[in-house]
Design a protein around this ligand. Structure first.
Ligand code: XUL
Length: 528
């Protein structure tokens, strides 16, 4: 019998599955189901319910459950050998929360395969919608929680992050304040990850330290609920939260619902899920402390693994638990690919290849031009008045501006990741723009580090499948080593290595000082 493991990723816009064969060290199946297209009756746009208030972003837990049915039915149709699956794990979009009443636990224990999951779950929600990570309507609640916990630095020290609008604690506080009766009737609060794990396990599932750290409710060092944070958030919260347990830890056998309906192996194990970012850390193979990835996407993210918990005194970056048992950091820069695109388009440059070629006609300069590309309000550093700031840079010089924007993005990453105290020996580049070697050379030079490219489209679902394998091996009494488990699956693209160039590195060491001064000046001008 093949040793198969199923990883699921319930993200903002889709539910994905990846099945791996552990003996053959191969991904044997992957599939994604787009919520808007596959389940139009829920009327979501990009996975989000339309709302008049642009700050409010909710989705429906019933939608995620319906997608799980459809995905399993699709796997049966595609003849995925579900009888050979030994364990299932998963990941979810972080921070989103599901509110269940006191009927939920009993209903989960008796999921009826003759009905859909959606029908099975009728009447178990204490709140019909789920706020998700794109929601930014809780500024007031963030300020209240932050104040009770002693300020930005103290909140980050205690929970791994300052209070952020999308984080679950501020969202729970808003629910408690605006709908106190419904809050009272809430028997259990789940994250997207633990809600989906609960369906698979047929019982309320624990939350793992990866996703738990995205709540402003967990003691980041003890990996237990933080009593003062719970108190600062809402009354009676401790009773509504599940226990915290490691990602991949066995909850029990999968619910008979999936066995009878879809032919899933009756002995397959349901395990604890995590957040999509912690799962991606595993899927990209960042399992040793010091390993770092830069994802060049809609927003650019800098994330990596560290052995010791180190929090950001400025409160800009996040620390989450990693499924490997270490810690992971996440720093999110909102002005990523869209900002690069705006610059490219404003000079009429037709594609990224041409952008790279133009950039390469210029040289890194010690006293070079600086372009702070805050097309939109920025997360790191915190900027809430969008705008561009140019220093020693002619707006008319297309080539210099192409260089300046990417240099600034990389200098900003270097500057704002220093608190992590991690000196990577290699950076793994992923995401849309990472196939542009000119950009990767700038990355290597600014970061003074070798860069390798990683091409894994479904890194979270792959990470979840590996997490299922890890959990199953541990339950079987073995001591799996993460680095060995991920090695083949998360290998960088052969021949993609780009080394830093000494002369350019020296220039950027100097330019970083100027960049810091320019950033400070721009922030001060906005504060005036
Ligand atoms: C991380 C975050 C997003 C979601 C996306 O803090 O909010 O990356 O996890 O699914």
């Amino acid at each position: 019998m093949a040793k198969l493991f199923l990883g699921l990723d319930s993200s903002t816009q889709s539910l994905s599955a990846v099945v791996i064969d552990l003996d053959k060290q191969k991904v044997i199946y992957e599939k994604s189901l787009n919520f808007d297209r596959a389940l139009p009756q829920f009327k979501t746009q990009n996975g989000v319910l339309p709302q008049r208030d642009p700050l409010v972003k909710h989705s429906r837990p019933q939608l995620w459950a319906a997608a799980l049915d459809l995905l399993f039915a699709g796997m049966v149709e595609d003849r995925v050998p579900l009888r050979d699956v030994l364990a299932v794990s998963g990941s979810g979009q972080q921070h989103g929360s599901v509110y269940l009443n006191d009927r939920a636990a009993a209903r989960l224990a008796k999921l009826d395969p003759r009905k859909s999951l959606e029908e099975n779950l009728r009447g178990v929600f204490a709140r019909s919608t789920a706020p998700i990570w794109m929601d930014s309507s809780t500024t007031q609640q963030c300020a209240q929680i932050r104040k009770k916990l002693g300020g930005i630095q103290a909140t980050a020290e205690a929970t791994g992050s300052d209070a952020f609008e999308r984080f679950t604690g501020p969202q729970i506080r808003k629910f408690y304040q605006t709908e106190p009766e419904a809050y009272k009737k809430t028997a259990a609060i789940a994250l997207v990850s633990s809600f989906m794990a609960s369906l698979l396990a047929g019982k309320l599932a624990p939350i793992d330290p990866g996703d738990g750290a995205g709540m402003n409710l967990m003691d980041i060092r003890k990996k237990q609920w933080h009593p003062a944070a719970l108190k600062a958030t809402a009354p009676g919260l401790a009773k509504k939260l599940p226990p915290i347990a490691a990602a991949g830890q066995v909850i029990g056998p999968v619910s008979s619902y999936f066995v009878e309906k879809y032919g899933l192996n009756a002995e397959a194990l349901a395990t604890v899920w995590t957040g999509d970012n912690p799962a991606s850390v595993i899927g990209l193979g960042l399992v040793k402390p010091g390993m770092v990835a830069i994802s060049l996407g809609t927003s650019d993210t800098f994330f990596g693994t560290m052995a010791e918990c180190q929090t950001d005194a400025q409160g800009e970056g996040h620390v989450f638990g990693s499924p490997s048992g270490d810690y992971m950091t996440l720093i999110c820069f909102k002005n990523g690919s869209l900002a690069r695109e705006q610059v490219r388009e404003s000079y009429g440059i037709k594609d990224w290849n041409a952008f790279g070629k133009l950039l390469a006609t210029t040289k890194p300069q010690k006293d070079g031009g600086i372009l702070l590309p805050w097309f939109e309000a920025e997360i790191v550093p915190r900027v809430n008045q969008p705008g561009l700031h140019r220093f020693d840079l002619e707006e008319t010089d297309a080539a210099a501006n192409c260089r300046a924007i990417f240099e600034a993005q990389m200098l900003s990453m270097r500057r704002h990741s220093q608190w992590m105290g991690v000196a990577p020996d290699c950076i793994y580049a992923t995401g849309g723009a990472s196939n542009n070697t000119t950009l990767l050379q700038v990355m290597a030079n600014v970061m003074n580090c070798t860069v390798r490219r990683i091409e894994i489209a479904k890194s979270a679902a792959l990470g979840a499948a590996l997490q299922a394998a890890h959990g199953w091996l541990v339950a079987a009494g073995q001591s799996p080593v993460w680095a060995k488990l991920t090695k083949v699956f998360a290998a960088p693209v052969p021949g993609s290595e780009i080394r830093p160039q000494k002369a350019a590195v020296n220039v950027y060491d100097e330019l970083l000082k100027k960049f810091a001064l320019c950033e400070r000046a721009a922030l001060e001008s906005l504060a005036d």
